[in-house]
Design a protein around this ligand. Structure first.
Ligand code: BTN
Length: 264
């Protein structure tokens, strides 16, 4: 993977068009945050072969060795309301999963809201960060880490994480996969902006939702309960049914959901 190989493959209008490639960097999200401050345009993209400060959600680190995986962050300058920003993470999860399904032929699925799993183990994580100007969005950074060709998963993660190579036995061309993801996200983003919510994706997302009709544990601060997940609504909220039959919608920003038998 290198800048030329990605650019040669890429057939998008704006996603990845202002492309920055690094052999090594702290975090692609941090680099895009800097570029955002400098006024870089919508669609600016940073790709790295290796991160030495890769960031995961909830302050975790994202292990980012060289020569094997995809670490990419894209800058967006949406003109919509700030409440809609969390839906962008679900949108990216949907776009990446659909590419893995359609172009790689894999049974990749989404673990709500935005982890991507293959054979019940995580292969991709997404971290969205946002900067505001007064009460509106200044810019959004969506970072995607995909375990592509690495064969060494740290011991403590082997139950919950895997890579495309470990699951399929095949080496995947990272530049081609990345180009397809940027193209697909661009197309989905345009449809999302037009609709104003996730309604064009609701059915598709629910079809590939790994927790659909599964028992999940909803971990709301101060209020944990068990429920059955029925899929997302047009706002990306998870619709759950509690054991007493009452229904609730769960917003991605406020809770996490665990499977009752393990990671999924
Ligand atoms: C998660 O915890 O699941 C989210 C992981 C996000 C990792 C990606 S790798 C590219 C981008 N740069 C970062 O520092 N993090 C994201």
């Amino acid at each position: 993977m290198n800048k030329e190989a990605i650019e040669k493959e890429l057939k998008s209008d704006w996603a990845g068009r202002n492309l920055w490639y690094y052999d090594e960097i702290g975090s692609t999200n941090d680099r895009v945050l800097e570029l955002g401050e400098e006024g870089a345009p919508h669609g600016t993209t940073v790709v790295a072969d290796q991160q030495n400060g890769g960031k995961g959600r909830r302050g975790r680190t994202w292990i980012s060795p060289s020569g094997t995986n995809i670490y990419v962050s894209i800058l967006l300058r949406p003109e919509f309301d700030v409440q809609k920003a969390p839906m962008l993470t679900l949108l990216m999860a949907y776009s990446v999963t659909e590419v893995l399904r359609e172009t790689e032929g894999l049974d990749a699925r989404i673990k709500w809201p935005n982890d991507i799993v293959l054979n019940k183990k995580k292969i991709c994580g997404i971290l969205t960060e946002m900067t505001m100007k007064e009460s509106s969005i200044d810019y959004v950074v969506i970072g995607v880490g995909i375990n592509v060709n690495n064969e060494e998963i740290p011991q403590e993660l082997t139950q919950s994480a895997t890579s495309l190579k470990l699951e399929t036995g095949k080496v995947t061309d990272r530049s081609i996969l990345l180009a397809r993801i940027l193209e697909r996200f661009e197309k989905d983003y345009v449809a999302f902006v037009k609709a104003g919510d996730l309604s064009p994706f609701q059915n598709g997302y629910n079809r590939i939702l790994v927790n659909k009709e599964n028992q999940v544990r909803v971990l709301k601060p101060g209020n944990e309960y068990q429920a059955v997940a029925h899929g997302i609504n047009h706002l990306g909220e998870l619709m759950v049914e509690k054991e007493d039959g009452t229904r609730e919608t769960v917003f991605a920003g406020e809770v996490s959901v665990r499977g009752i038998y393990g990671y999924v």
